[in-house]
Write a protein that binds this ligand. Structure first.
Ligand code: DQA
Length: 138
């Protein structure tokens, strides 16, 4: 059984309430429950933090044992050298995910410290981006 984890960064705990025109009206818990049922043969974990260091700690914790990491570092994607370095330091492949198409938004969202060290990037497909990332590991 594949052991995967979704790691979500800052403000993604507000999914469903936050700018629904961009991020949709489903909460992440609702989405995660559906995905868990759809992929019963995947051991799928979920972690969310608004704190940069906690995301780095989680990457270290799972980055030598899990088969895959699906990372939406949210705003830290565009600012965090530390998260980028952590993705580089670990062994587990990371697929970077974004709900929105960051390239169709403000210029500062075009930069990613995660992408250079990610196996791949899925963005712009709403919450389905996470599911496509899961499928990439199967
Ligand atoms: C996001 C895009 C980021 O630019 C933004 O800061 C987020 C969410 C996305 O999933 O579309 O918080 O990562």
């Amino acid at each position: 059984m594949q052991k995967l984890i979704i790691i979500n960064g800052p403000n993604l705990n507000l999914l469903g309430k936050r700018e629904p025109n961009i991020y949709g009206s489903l909460t992440f818990t609702e989405f995660f429950d559906t995905v868990k049922k759809k992929y019963p043969n995947v051991d799928l974990d979920y972690y969310q933090s608004n704190i940069e260091g906690e995301i780095i700690d989680k990457l270290h914790e799972v980055g030598f044992g899990h088969d895959g990491i699906i990372l939406n570092a949210a705003a830290y994607t565009h600012t965090s050298v530390g998260i980028g370095d952590a993705v580089k330091a670990i062994e587990t492949p990371v697929v970077e995910v974004h709900i929105s198409n960051t390239f169709s938004r403000e210029e500062f969202r075009h930069q990613s410290y995660v992408s250079p060290n990610a196996r791949g990037v899925v963005l712009g497909f709403g919450l389905q981006s996470y599911e496509l990332a899961i499928q990439s590991f199967l």
